[in-house]
Design a protein around this ligand. Sequence first.
Ligand SMILES: C[C@H](O)[C@@H](O)[C@@H](O)C(=O)CO
Ligand SMILES: [Mn+2]
Length: 599
Amino acid sequence: MSNLESNDVRWKQGFPKIGIRPTIDGRRKGIRESLEEQTMNMAKAVADLLSSTLKYPNGEAVECVISDTCIGGVAEAAASADKFVKAGVGVSITVTPCWCYGTETMDMDPSLPKAVWGFNGTERPGAVYLAAVLSGHAQKGLPAFGIYGKDVQDSGTTDIPEDVKGKLLRFSKAGLAAAYMKGKSYLAIGSVSMGIAGSIVNEELFQDYLGMRNEYVDMSELVRRIEEEIFDPEEFKLALAWVKENCKEGQDNNRPEIQTSREKKDQDWETVVKMSLIVRDLMLGNPELGKIGFGEEALGHNAILSGFQGQRHWTDHFPNGDFMEAILNTSFDWNGKRAPYLVATENDSLNGVAMLLGNLLTNSAQIFADVRTYWSPDAVKRVTGHTLSGAAKDGILHLINSGSATLDGTGEQSIDGKPAMKPFWEISDEEVNKCLEATSWRPAAVEYFRGGGYSSDFLTKGGMPVTMSRLNLIKGLGPVLQIAEGYSVDLPQDVHDTLDLRTDSTWPTTWFAPILTGKGAFKDVYSVMDNWGSNHGAISFGHIGADLITLASILRIPVSMHNIEEEHIFRPRVWSSFGTSDVEAADFRACGAFGPLYK
Ligand SMILES: C[C@H](O)[C@@H](O)[C@@H](O)C(=O)CO
Ligand SMILES: [Mn+2]
């Protein structure tokens, strides 16, 4: 393992912790004393649950910090806030079994995502406090999630009921994602690609909604680093040898008269490997660069997300970014298994943000794709004679794009024998090999990419539960998120070939069947395609739509389309004050009223 991988700078700054605040009725001489132990035990039980279940992006257990004392009034609330700041707390959860004094005990830090669990028992009024303090949060414009168990528990129990666990975990995962991205950068490499609006980087979005910084470099920086050899020469040798051994070159699909020479192809391999090292180093720095005299370059841009313009000012002359984007977005490379480095194709920063949200909620790699074609059952039948069935029966979307699709997207990893995309620490060496085996690197279509390069070609295995999401920016409204849960599907090989060969068959394909609800944008598959906000989507493993909704509400980004059942939707309690029968409209009103988290 290289120095770089073992000292991944992404982990050097530490991770946000979850602060747990046990609040209590402040009355001494009987009441408070009788509640101290139960209250503190609730906090400890929540800390145990979260630390034993949730992981940071490097695979380590999430850390919780508990206030030094129960919080009975403002002095103890202030002492707890002070402890949390010093400990690097990024998310707060208040727990109590009893009545406490709402505004005197509440967490007042406006930037901390917050939840309150009020114990459902009747001996002491935890629920009364919950209602009172949540009204304080509403009145003060500090939205908080309310957690109230469905069934009455006996006083003194330290068990956390399943419904409460579900809400604690959903809130914590989303809160940590928001806290982790805060202060990190989006690095735009190049500018607007082919007039794609998503690559017009919007600083207000990053700064106000995500708490992030925007960094920019011109693509000529890659030329400088290639020509002046500003990369680790040892790592370059290692990487090139690994690529030659593990990344099999596929068939050249170009017309014979425009195919490039073997010599140019070999040179392209060297260039695309250098581009991969350089883009990663631009994002996060690399201590090895300091050792060869490039101390400034060794520091990087603190970027947990980047975008590469590529087309066309780079790709018309240099090998395209597809290899670099694909390998960086993957959970492994020549240094072994590691967390993916997120890079958005075509500098589509808005789809990049969707990748970031998906990555932070799952700790796994993301597929970036063009949402290219809606294939109705009738059109598939007409073109191939095949009748779509199973999850595909109502039609499918062809997700395909050169560039950022992670190789994890082959579906060659598995959980309980079913195809999956996993956090890097759960992937076996055998699964790494299978992902590489399932991918061929096709010489780029030179009519599109005059400078050559290599595009990853694979077909995603069917049967994976996946969630496609996308952020859109609307003038006068701001950002809105759209979410579609569904499945990757298998088609018979000849049917796939017929459909794939109508497009650029050198690119990776995922056949996606969204789950239909019969209503709105999920009336049918056509409507999902017809309502998609732009040319790209980010695809995460698993059905994470409910987690995305919770995270969006923390960031005050309304969700304009989703197919998640209402019972799984968890937003701050005050959202219901904006309307309860049409929760989609209420979400827009609530996000609008509170405005972005960091305004
Ligand atoms: C090669 C083409 O320009 C593609 O890159 C194009 O279809 C896109 O991906 C647009 O997002
Ligand atoms: Mn594209």
